[in-house]
Design a protein around this ligand. Sequence first.
Ligand SMILES: [Zn+2]
Length: 296
Amino acid sequence: MPELPEVETVRRGLAPTMEGARIARLELRRKDLRFPFPDGLEARVTGRSIVALGRRAKYLLIDLDNGTTIISHLGMSGSFRIEVEQLSDRPGEFHHPRSKDEKHDHAIFHLEGPKGASRVIYNDPRRFGFMDVAQRCELDLNPFLFGLGPEPTGNELSAAYLAERFAGKAQPLKSALLDQKNIAGLGNIYVCEALWRAHLRPTRAAASIVTTSGKPNKQMELLVASIRDVIADAIKAGGSSLRDHIKTDGSLGYFQHSFAVYDRESLPCGNPGCGGTVARIVQAGRSTFYCPACQK
Ligand SMILES: [Zn+2]
């Protein structure tokens, strides 16, 4: 399942092709993904130019020149790939980097850009992804985006802000960090990794890193820095893997990161001098990985 860094990597991979291009046609090959496509979606976007490709939490935001924004979520298995029209004497011939799974190509943006025609293809075998459309100025009211907390990479996320949210909360730290109203776009993997970097046990109470007067303590400061760093590192790693990815098969799928604790049960903790072993527990039905020796 893609997390925020993967979605950001997809955004960066698609931006050079999509930004500035005109949508000649949006081809929908079925009526729905996880939810039905919005009524009249094709008509609302056909002929419009893409002014920017943005992201909010795990949503891609395709901004059009008529003030409309297409909201795209990749679900569990969604991915995009780019096909560029061949420079040949046979117009309309497209280069197919890979042909597998074409039956799962559900939405195709036929684009006309300064460098020629291209297709941006949304493929989703399990169809947990979805698309919605909204007016740019009303995005915050969209049911999918309403009430989301600040981005983990932006300046809005501060220790003082999180202390305010966590004050008095007996809820485990991990659940509080997964709550999208507190921080938008953090998922299971990067919560585990950030808590490991901050040496904090996932089961301790959220309020335990807030002072009695509601201010952040040193551990909260370290946690916020760890969240920023772990996301920034993953986006950086995604960027480098993306270059290789495009070279090989043209797809903008997911990449394998190396994690410190996530999915590393029974393996040695990577914290220098720790000597502990990574443990797995289940919290709210989901696996939590942490080091009992150095996460207190
Ligand atoms: Zn450790």
